[in-house]
Design a protein. Structure first.
Length: 276
């Protein structure tokens, strides 16, 4: 990801000093116009805007331990937790730097390709964001989500969590047909993609129910009916020799909500159970 970001800025004509824990990776960028620094501290010293894209939060502290951050604008694009982002903002402020945390919603091939739809959540110093918005927009569209440094990570992880939930359902679906043999994954794929796309319409309805507190508002299939239908889904998995471990936990939450009297509701009430 760091290399993809660097190449986008170089292609746009921005002067760039780079450092990488693996020197060979940084060396590749030299041929494309980047100045390669011998250390992270040297790279930081080269410019006021410092963009960090490393493995994790701990690697940020390690890499920048001896760097002089006074007067610098630090943009941290490491995927971390909201608490880590807030702590890192305090760490940066204590060293005299402004701080912006970022959550990249893209994979490397999307970076620098606007048509692919890449974007980055940013939170923290609004002054830093506004001053450098044009530069930050080069690799991916910038989306500022507030002064709280933890909000970019919160948005990032919320979207990634939903993605993995979808991946879990897709894995279960493919396992069901793979066990059959006569229905190929290729047969199922376009049907699955179309169905999941259609089901995204429920997201806005769930958000509206959560905000209004009326979980029975505009219900299409009530919870009681869906809990009753779980037997068919779990029974089919058993018949096909497929583990129910990806589906069963969600159905247990639905059963708990039903037991609390939510039979006429939609699925929004499950959110409350997850929050204890």
């Amino acid at each position: 990801m760091g290399t993809a970001l660097a190449r986008a800025w170089l292609a746009a004509g921005h002067p760039l000093t780079v450092w990488n824990r693996g020197p060979a990776r940084a060396g590749v960028l030299a041929a494309e116009g980047a100045v390669v620094a011998a250390s992270a501290a040297e790279a930081v010293a080269a410019n006021r805007l410092v963009v960090v894209c490393l493995l994790d939060d701990a690697s940020v502290a390690e890499a920048l331990d001896d760097a002089d951050l006074a007067g610098k604008d630090v943009v941290n694009l490491v995927t971390g937790t909201p608490a880590q982002a807030r702590a890192r903002a305090g760490w940066a402020a204590g060293r005299g730097a402004r701080y912006l945390d970022g959550g990249i919603m893209a994979v490397p091939p999307m970076i620098g390709v606007p048509a692919a739809g890449p974007y980055v959540f940013y939170s923290g110093s609004s002054a830093l964001f506004e001053e450098h918005a044009e530069v930050l927009a080069v690799p991916a569209g910038p989306r500022y989500v507030g002064a709280d440094p933890g909000h970019a990570a919160l948005h990032d992880v919320a979207l990634l969590s939903a993605m993995y939930g979808m991946f879990a359902g897709v894995a279960h679906a493919f396992a069901l047909v793979r066990a059959e043999g006569a229905v190929t994954p290729g047969d199922l794929a376009p049907l699955l993609a179309g169905w999941l796309t259609a089901m995204t319409g429920s997201i806005a309805r769930t958000a509206d129910q959560l905000e209004s507190g009326d979980y029975a508002k505009d219900v299409v299939s009530n919870l009681a009916m869906q809990v009753a239908g779980r037997r068919t889904l779990l029974g089919t998995a058993e018949e096909q020799g497929v583990s129910d471990e990806l589906l069963a936990p969600y159905f247990r939450l639905m059963e708990r909500r039903l037991a609390l009297g939510g039979g006429e509701e939609d699925l929004a009430g499950v959110v409350d159970l997850l929050r204890g």
